[in-house]
Each structure stands twice: as structure tokens, then as C-alpha cells.
Write a protein that binds this ligand. Structure first.
Ligand code: R5P
Length: 293
């Protein structure tokens, strides 16, 4: 039994201070429950409102992609600089130390390899395993305009339903097939469909022209994938333009782990995303860090 409270007269209820009700820091996500918002705060930095997600899930359809042949050797040194790690549960359980406590985004769809029709994916993980692994979010590809468009949409909506039940966010990933044009019109269509169907946030590709219309038309946060490896300077320009035009960060893989110096690259990407460092200065930073090593 707690001791009896003897000092009732001295209680202070701060009657002159109005209780605050603050909006959640991420666009469009006020309607979610505490658990979901808490997990999203482990993906996005509440100060900058942005994230540097390190994407290393490529092996789920590509096998040992260049730079990911030995995740234990090449990726573990990068973990301390990532806000979030996006990966498969296989790599998580086998290689990532459980002392990694930042956001985890688990790849939850799969099926075809690069040798087959990629849009023919199905859900490849149960939400219970995501909970067991303490995931903040689950990721699923959506192939708008692809051969198995409807199937991939159903994967998305089923995952959202499972995730919402337990407060795990769903990241909808726009997967652009070989024959589709990657322009703002397509990205607006794909990202908006994914958001309308209930994804907590959306991953897409950056497009040079009118990218700000893509982020404007999407009611929830957008992060950009890095795409194929390009020169480091160009990747920093892309990350800068994307966040200046409304993206809430990057989900970058190859342009970090295939860079000449991955540690210097992820540090420079962080400066662009979280501190709005201009691309020229960020590239200088990259070169300085690389030289010092
Ligand atoms: C596709 O393999 C995955 O969804 C990747 O996570 C995504 O494409 C981001 O990686 P990258 O920056 O290498 O494109």
C-alpha cells in the first residue's frame, strides 16, 4: 500500500497552464494510434522530419548484388549512420546484431527472381514475424501498370490491414516496370493510389521534372529510392533536390553501398537530408572524409 498522502493542500494542478495537443510531425499521419506514431518516429527523425533509410533488401530478388556479397563486412560499418535499415528478415536474423535499435523496415513481399516476371509478387511474411522482430514498418512493392498490378495492390491492402491491427506501418513501394515511363505523371498516379489505399508512407523514384507535384499530390510522406549507381556528386544532387521538393528523406541503397567510400557517402547524404547541406558542399565533404581515411 502506498503511504497516505498527507499534503493534499500543497498539490499543484497548474490551472493556469492549458494542456497541449500537438499535431504529429509527419504529414497526413495524425489519424494513427500512438504505437504506429511511435514506430514512425523511429524511422523519421522528429527534429528534421526526415530519414536516411539504408536499403539493403536487393537480395530478395537479385541475389548477392554488388556491394551486398558480404553484408557482414560491407554493411555493418554503415549501420551507425543510418536512421533506419530496410532489409529482409533473413539478413536481419543472420547478420544484424540485435543491439541495433533504430527503425527496421522489413521487406514483406517477394516471389519472382530477376529471371522471371517481377510484378508477380505475393506477400512473403506474416505480421506476427514483423512484431517478433520489432519492426517499425513492412514494405511491399506495388506495380502500377504492371502485368500483376491488381495482385500487387491486394498485397498492399492486405499488409496494411494486418499492420494497422498491431500498429506496424506499411511502406508502399512504387515498382516501375521496364516498359513504363518514369515521369511525374506516372509517379503522381502510382504514389497517390498507394496513399489512397492506406500506406503510411510511400517510396518512389525522383524525377527531374515536376517532382514537387508528386510530393504535393501525395497526402503522406514520400521517400526516394536511390536507383542505379550514379556518380557520388549526382546522387547528392538528387537527394538534395528531392528533399527540397518535398520528399521526407531517402531510402538509398546502391548509391551508398556501391560508392567509392560508403561511410563517407552515407555521412554526406545525412548532411544533405537532415541539415539541407547544398550538393556542392556535400560533395566537398564527401571528398574530405574520403581523403582523411
Ligand atoms: C529494390 O530492390 C528495393 O526496394 C530497394 O530497397 C530500393 O530500390 C532502394 O534501393 P536503391 O537505392 O539501390 O534503388
Amino acid at each position: 500500500m502506498p503511504e497516505q498522502d498527507q499534503s493534499k493542500e500543497e498539490k499543484n494542478f497548474y490551472l493556469d497552464i492549458k494542456a497541449k495537443s500537438k499535431a504529429f510531425f509527419l504529414k497526413g499521419l495524425n489519424g494513427y494510434d500512438w504505437g504506429m506514431q511511435n514506430r514512425l518516429s523511429n524511422i523519421f527523425n522528429p527534429k528534421s522530419g526526415r530519414t536516411v533509410m539504408l536499403a539493403i533488401d536487393h537480395g530478395y530478388f537479385q541475389g548477392p548484388t554488388t556491394g551486398l556479397e558480404r553484408v557482414d563486412v560491407t554493411i555493418l560499418p554503415l549501420l551507425q549512420y543510418a536512421d533506419t535499415l530496410m532489409l529482409t528478415r533473413g539478413i536481419l536474423r543472420s547478420i544484424i546484431p540485435p543491439t541495433f535499435t533504430k527503425g527496421l523496415v522489413l521487406r514483406a513481399s517477394g516471389g519472382p527472381s530477376i529471371l522471371k516476371e517481377l510484378s508477380n509478387e505475393q506477400l512473403a511474411m506474416d505480421v506476427e514475424d514483423a512484431i517478433r522482430l520489432n519492426a517499425a514498418a513492412m514494405a511491399v512493392q506495388v506495380f502500377i501498370g504492371g502485368e500483376y498490378e491488381t495482385q500487387s495492390i491486394h498485397n498492399l491492402t492486405r499488409l496494411i490491414d494486418m499492420g494497422n491491427k498491431y500498429g506496424i506501418a506499411t511502406l508502399g513501394v512504387t515498382a516501375v516496370g521496364k516498359d513504363l515511363v518514369r515521369d511525374a505523371k506516372y509517379m503522381r498516379l502510382a504514389t497517390r493510389i498507394i496513399a489512397e489505399l492506406g500506406a503510411a508512407y510511400v517510396k518512389t523514384y525522383y524525377v527531374e521534372k515536376d517532382f514537387e507535384t508528386v510530393t504535393a499530390a501525395c497526402p503522406v510522406p514520400i521517400v526516394i529510392a536511390g536507383g542505379k549507381k550514379i556518380p557520388e556528386k549526382e546522387a547528392l544532387v538528387m537527394a538534395y533536390n528531392a528533399v527540397q521538393q518535398g520528399a521526407s528523406g531517402v531510402d538509398m541503397g546502391r548509391n551508398i553501398f556501391q560508392a567509392d567510400d560508403p561511410v563517407s557517402m552515407i555521412k554526406s547524404v545525412r548532411a544533405v537530408v537532415h541539415n539541407n547541406l547544398k550538393p556542392a558542399e556535400a560533395f566537398e565533404m564527401y571528398n574530405d572524409l574520403k581523403k582523411k581515411k
